[in-house]
Design a protein around this ligand. Structure first.
Ligand code: PMV
Length: 343
């Protein structure tokens, strides 16, 4: 083999129990286990052509336009994964990538982007006889993790679990595992991403993870997250939506409270973020709906509701929540099946 072309489409994901903090002196090993809904509509499609050669050469097109700013990040990724596949540092890469969501939406593309790239690399490794089908997804998840921790979970739908935990058989700090034994209501759960603030985050998640090391609340947080994994495991199987809401919202606010108690401290939420949360709480109080939110490391709100409530929840977004979004923008998404091979 001298030249090989492959393409994968890989989705974004939204964590319910959050990964925030890495173990020191290790490469992307999480301080606690995490679990996420795999999304369906927010995805990155990446086509990669690899030509064998002695040196490393990378060119990247984003939405068809040359994007040299992506090259250093991809080079760093290839160096990290060269421990698994040394061949990756000897080759010419032509990468053509596009996101289904707007580039400037403030939605992180690292989970979808890194997982799509990892899957393409695994295809080349298969072609070279360095990987077998039975280890394909596990290895792709491991490589994706080395690019961006949360990317490890995007390989699988409807949910992915990453990080060693006694209640999740086969779980590992090195790669995510699929998680699908859930009540029907969660298999097609809806997530509308309310784009409160589309700009760049003031503090990247890489920096944020690093700040946890000096956070006095960190040890208690890691214990809490492991306990929440046990609780959520039971909730996902029973379909208890009240318990789901309480746990998921608490996880989101805990993530942001860790940011506020870091040194230096920082806040990624915007005033409109809080207005959305209050509007959701008021609606729940008034009408008894089972709708809730979670947050990523940013100002945008992931509004979560069951598929059966789709029409009513989307009317509520239009009538009450859209006013807090930048230019009224939001993206409807729902739980999806995970990454898929395009060619
Ligand atoms: O994968 P990273 O390093 O971008 O970290 C993601 C962290 C959160 O999105 C806040 C939580 C998570 O588990 O996805």
């Amino acid at each position: 083999m001298s030249t090989y072309t492959t393409a994968w489409k890989s989705p974004s994901n939204i964590a319910l129990v959050k990964y925030w903090g890495k173990k020191p002196n290790a490469t992307q090993i999480p301080s606690n286990a995490s679990i996420s809904f795999t999304l369906n509509n927010c995805a990155t499609s990446t086509q990669l052509t690899y030509e064998e050669q002695e040196s490393l050469e990378i060119s990247v097109l984003l939405e068809g336009e040359n994007e040299p700013s992506f090259v250093p990040k991809i080079e760093q990724f290839l160096k990290r994964i060269s421990g698994v596949f040394p061949f990756v540092l000897r080759g010419k890469y032509t990468i053509n990538t596009s996101n289904s969501f707007p580039h400037s939406s403030g939605i992180a593309s690292s989970a979808s982007g890194m997982s799509a790239l990892a899957l393409c690399i695994c295809d080349i490794a298969m072609e070279k006889g360095l990987l077998t089908e039975d280890k394909f997804k596990e290895t792709a998840s491991e490589l994706a993790r080395l690019g961006s921790g949360s990317a490890s979970r995007s390989i699988y739908g409807p949910m992915g679990e990453w990080g060693e935990h006694p209640d999740f058989a086969g779980s590992s700090d090195n790669f995510a595992i699929p998680y699908s034994d859930v009540a029907d209501v969660f298999k097609d759960y809806c997530d509308t991403i309310l784009l409160v603030h589309k700009g760049q985050k003031t503090v990247s998640s890489t920096v944020g993870h690093g700040l946890i090391d000096d956070n006095p609340y960190a040890p208690a947080r890691f214990t809490q997250a492991q306990d929440n994994m046990t609780k959520l495991n039971a909730i996902l199987k029973s379909g208890d939506l009240d318990a789901f809401i309480t746990l998921v919202e608490s996880e989101a606010l805990t993530l942001h409270s860790l940011m506020m108690s870091s040194n230096p401290y920082f806040i990624l939420m915007k005033p409109e973020t809080l207005q959305v949360l209050e509007a959701i709480w008021a609606k729940r109080e008034k009408d008894g709906v089972k709708w809730c939110f979670t947050l990523d490391a940013g100002a945008n709100v992931h509004f979560l509701y069951p598929q059966a409530d789709k029409a009513a929840a989307q009317a509520f977004i239009e009538e009450e929540l859209a006013q807090y979004c930048e230019n009224g923008a939001y993206i409807h998404d729902e739980v999806g099946a995970g990454a898929e091979k395009v060619i």
